[in-house]
Ligand binder design. Structure first.
Ligand code: ZN
Length: 193
């Protein structure tokens, strides 16, 4: 409890934790255990005012994401982007990189193929914010974070903050929960993914 924030009994992994950089495993059969993880992820996302969350962020290196931009909850398994169109640039935050926001250039519209929690195949056509969130969460499954999109100057600006997060994540520093909690509170009205 000292080391990381709790969300539905799941700890949100913070920058510096190696699981965030791993490629998440594609699922074969979808089991009750996976459905349970998806439900916990949804609760953790809502508890932290997020609009998207990927399984590696809660310590599972599996291709599972949840998204809700206010138009209903999506629980997606093995999501892949099959088509992109247009450009948009939105300032994004990340529950795993508290206190940092980066303007990320992404496709304005994406087509995503995935399975739902009952193994049914679906294709989602998403635009604007919904497209942004899907791309952000699918990045997590590849071990990619918003800071990878930062410009040279932005990287310099956030360098000390990242060093502090990494130090706290690796050393399990006691006051880290304080750091992340205050950052999360400050950011709660911004995009948290
Ligand atoms: Zn994120």
């Amino acid at each position: 409890m000292n080391e990381q924030r709790e969300g539905a009994g799941l700890k949100i992994k913070v920058f510096g934790d190696s699981i965030l950089r791993k490629k998440a495993k594609r699922l074969g059969r979808i089991t009750d255990e996976h459905r349970r993880v998806l439900s916990q992820m949804a609760k953790a996302m809502y508890d932290d005012f997020g609009i998207g969350l990927a399984a590696p962020q809660v310590g599972h290196s599996l291709q599972l994401i949840v998204v809700d931009i206010g138009e209903g909850l999506y629980k997606l398994v093995n999501p892949i982007i099959v088509k992109r169109q247009g450009r948009q640039s939105i300032s994004e935050g990340c529950l795993s990189v508290p206190g940092v926001s980066i303007k990320v250039k992404r496709a304005k519209q994406v087509w995503v193929q995935a399975q739902d929690e009952n193994s049914r195949f679906l294709e989602i056509e998403a635009k604007d914010l919904f497209a942004c969130v899907l791309q952000h969460e699918i990045d997590h499954l590849k071990g990619k974070l918003i800071i990878d999109y930062a410009s040279f100057l932005q990287k310099l600006r956030i360098k000390r903050k990242l060093a502090a997060l990494r130090y706290a994540s690796v050393n399990g520093e006691k006051n880290k929960s304080v750091i992340t909690r205050s950052a999360a509170t400050k950011q709660s009205r911004k995009l948290q993914l």
